[in-house]
Write a protein that binds this ligand. Structure first.
Ligand SMILES: [Zn+2]
Length: 164
């Protein structure tokens, strides 16, 4: 866990006035609270867990997987692990900036979904330009969880992602 997002550490180092969570103001919060437990990140983790459940079916995503990542070399495990790391680094990124600038970003989940979708759209454009769209489908199209391409090769978001 990164100490730049750890109110207890920052408070002891005299870099932050209190050891409370920057968002929900709960006292004595560490980086684990900021990144995994605080209310403002629950939207991200619900989406990540639904997506990972769909990728790893019939396994379900545990809190332990969310905290330490998923060990395994199957494509579905690698993709689920990518999503978990991406969520964690997005949350760290926003939290550290917010603490530094004394800001409170209202909607973490919107930023996260926008970043993932941008990445998928960019990769689709890349594979299209290389004429190897089947490579795009083999990765981002696994079980149609993130997305699929219709018969006109247009992108359709998967069930977990369409409303985000
Ligand atoms: Zn909190």
């Amino acid at each position: 866990m990164n100490r730049l997002a750890d109110p207890i550490f920052l408070h002891h180092a005299k870099l932050k006035a209190t050891d409370a969570c920057h968002y929900c103001l709960k006292p004595r919060c560490d980086a684990m609270h900021m990144v995994i437990k605080s209310p403002q990140v629950q939207g991200i983790w619900q989406l990540v867990r639904r997506t990972c459940d769909a990728l790893l079916y019939p396994r379900t995503t545990t809190l332990c997987m969310v905290i330490s990542g998923i060990r395994g070399k199957k494509e579905t495990e690698v993709l689920a692990n990518f999503l978990i790391s991406f969520a964690r680094s997005t949350i760290y990124n926003i939290t550290i900036k917010d603490i530094e600038n004394d800001k409170r970003t209202p909607n973490f989940k919107d930023i996260f979904t926008t970043r993932i979708k941008k990445r998928i759209i960019t990769e689709l454009a890349w594979y299209r330009s290389k004429d190897s769209i089947e490579k795009f489908v083999a990765w981002w199209g696994i079980n149609n969880v993130f997305c699929s391409l219709n018969k006109d090769k247009c992108l359709t978001w998967g069930e977990c992602w369409e409303e985000n």
